[in-house]
Design a protein around this ligand. Structure first.
Ligand code: FAD
Length: 521
């Protein structure tokens, strides 16, 4: 008990270190006379709840938190700030599952998007069919969690096609980044599967935008890191939902065999023919952690000893993960198609493991791990994550310089390390998202969990990885970029910087939105 008390004490001190003080001149006097002012909270509870994120590394107090009851409240707040001479910053906060304070607004106002959920009709998800073209779509509030979108669309036998691995994230939050998972090679990221949005711009205007209407705003906002407006509704692509999923993992000791197979699979399955695989991912198995982790508990306990002895023998084992959806009409053909596919792959003989799960269980596979860690008090620890996009041509250099050298030498990596390829042609270059130039590129994610006081060690490893890439001329792009100097931001956006900056002055000329990204603020 004494030890726990000390830990609590240390975490209390830590959680207040580095916090900005609430602004003394907030709120501007006339703000509290507006009709939505009762929903602007400045009490310690509201401030505290908006001052940290999943990363648990950056802690910054806003001056106030808006609990909106409608998109109109957001319009009023931004309009007020825009028209007020002593303006303040404003940040939409979705689930706050950023890892370095990206959804924070030091001394500004947080718009707590999740509060909108209880005010929406139809739980914020409306399913419709395009009358002339016949396709289905769902209009969803920007504050909705993807898990709720899944549940609501499944009631109609439909589901979105593009996903993240974890579903307890908001639609507005993932569309502000990209929204990727094993389906991206085939369906593109979530930002490639949006037909239309309602966005409150930095001038306080509520604008409906699409590829055909206000298209500049539409493409700016997708992957726009919250810089151009707050998404209050997105119209997203949905399709008939399958019933079940064949879920397979195969182990490799040879990196080039592993990546060759991954690349071949995304090339032959990248088209949307019905026989194609629906999901291709990959990850590393190392001595630092068990083969099952919070991302998914896949391997049966009876197989773990032989898997671990393989890992001990090789240092790193590469795990290819694929999934094929099916329903009543395809249940007999799918196993044969998979058998055919296995014949062309070079995994270690005897190390192909299969599961058969419901579609819902497959998509929501991370939740069980989360609940388990929560029950052990291990979910709310610091998360010094590093997520990268890498050109295919340098992935082997990355393996030898990073996985086989930095990672093994430092021996500190904890948590999943993901690696899987995607096709560039499934991304729309008009969006604000930044990816490598090559046709095929990889995402690599170091999803570290650390102790309260040693996240810096992991961050140092992340920096070493970035330095290795810089020195070796590996043109990586960070996914969820953070902590950048102006020059580094310009470099990050590359040829998109000019348009990114122009769009900022067009849609948020007073530079009020999403200051936590630290691009313009
Ligand atoms: P927040 O952290 O609240 O916000 C992120 C940014 O978006 C901020 O700048 C914020 O101001 C802005 N924003 C929020 N809502 C809106 C809105 N409505 N309109 C405009 N701007 C807005 N990402 C993937 O792509 N694939 C994954 O598989 C994946 N898995 C993850 C698993 C876990 C456990 C975690 C913690 C994160 C994961 N992520 C993944 C990352 C995640 O997509 C991003 O962190 C995303 O921003 C989280 O959404 P959020 O609702 O928490 O956004």
């Amino acid at each position: 008990a004494y030890f726990i008390l000390i830990l609590l004490f240390i975490s209390r001190i830590r959680s207040t270190v580095g916090k900005s003080k609430p602004s003394t001149n907030f709120p501007p006097p006339n703000l509290l006379t507006l009709d939505f002012s009762e929903r602007i909270r400045t009490d310690p509870l509201a401030i505290e709840s908006a001052s940290s994120d999943y990363g648990n590394i950056v802690h910054e107090n806003p001056a106030a938190v808006l609990h909106p009851s409608s998109p109109q409240d957001i319009v009023s707040l931004i309009k007020f700030a825009y028209n007020n001479s002593g303006t303040f910053t404003i940040s939409a906060r979705g689930r706050s599952h950023s890892v370095f304070g990206q959804a924070m607004a030091p001394n500004g106002v947080i718009v707590d998007m999740m509060r909108l959920r209880s005010h929406r009709e139809n739980n914020g998800v409306i399913v419709s069919k395009n009358p002339s073209l016949g396709y289905f779509y769902a209009d969803v509030g920007g504050e909705q969690l993807w898990i709720d979108v899944l549940k609501a669309t499944m009631e109609h036998g439909l589901a979105p096609v593009a996903w993240t691995d974890y579903l307890y994230l908001t639609v507005g939050g993932t569309l502000s980044n990209a929204g990727i998972s094993g389906q991206s090679f085939r369906y593109g990221p979530q930002i490639s599967n949006v037909y239309e949005m309602d966005v409150v711009t930095g001038k306080g205007e509520l604008v409906t935008c699409s590829p055909h209407k206000n298209s500049e705003l539409f493409y700016a906002v997708l992957g726009g890191l919250g810089q151009f407006g707050i998404i209050t509704r997105a119209r997203i692509a949905i399709e008939p939902a399958p019933k079940r999923v064949k879920w397979v993992r195969m182990l490799y000791s040879d990196f080039s065999a592993f990546t060759k197979d991954q690349e071949r699979l995304i090339a032959i399955n990248g088209r949307r023919q019905s026989s194609a695989l629906d999901y291709v991912e990959g990850s590393l198995l190392m001595n630092q952690g068990p083969p099952n982790n919070w991302r998914s508990s896949f391997f049966p306990s009876s197989d773990i000893p032989r898997i671990m002895s393989l890992v001990t023998q090789h240092g790193i084992i590469y795990c290819l993960e694929v999934a094929k959806y099916y329903d009543d009409s395809t249940q007999h053909s799918v196993p044969k198609e998979l058998e055919q596919m296995y014949k062309g792959l070079s995994f270690i003989s005897g190390f192909k493991l299969e599961k058969d799960v419901s579609f819902m269980d497959f998509l929501d596979r991370v939740r069980n791990g989360e609940l388990k860690l929560q029950s052990q008090g291990l979910w709310d620890v610091p998360h010094p994550w590093l997520n990268l996009f890498l050109p295919k041509s340098r992935i082997s250099d990355f393996n030898s310089g990073v996985f086989q050298d930095i990672v093994l030498k430092r021996n500190i990596t904890t948590g999943p390390v993901l690696i899987y390829p995607m096709n560039r042609n499934k991304w729309d270059d008009r969006t604000s998202a930044v990816i490598p130039e090559e046709e095929v590129f990889y995402t690599v994610g170091f999803l570290h969990s650390s102790g309260l006081n040693d996240w810096q060690r992991y961050d140092d490893q992340n920096k070493e990885v970035l330095k290795f890439c810089e020195k070796g001329g590996i043109k990586v792009k960070e996914y969820f970029p953070h902590n950048k100097t102006k020059e580094e931001w310009i470099n990050h956006f590359g040829s998109k910087w000019k348009i990114f900056r122009e769009r900022k002055s067009m849609f948020d000329p007073k530079m009020m939105l999403s200051p936590g990204q630290r691009i313009f603020n």
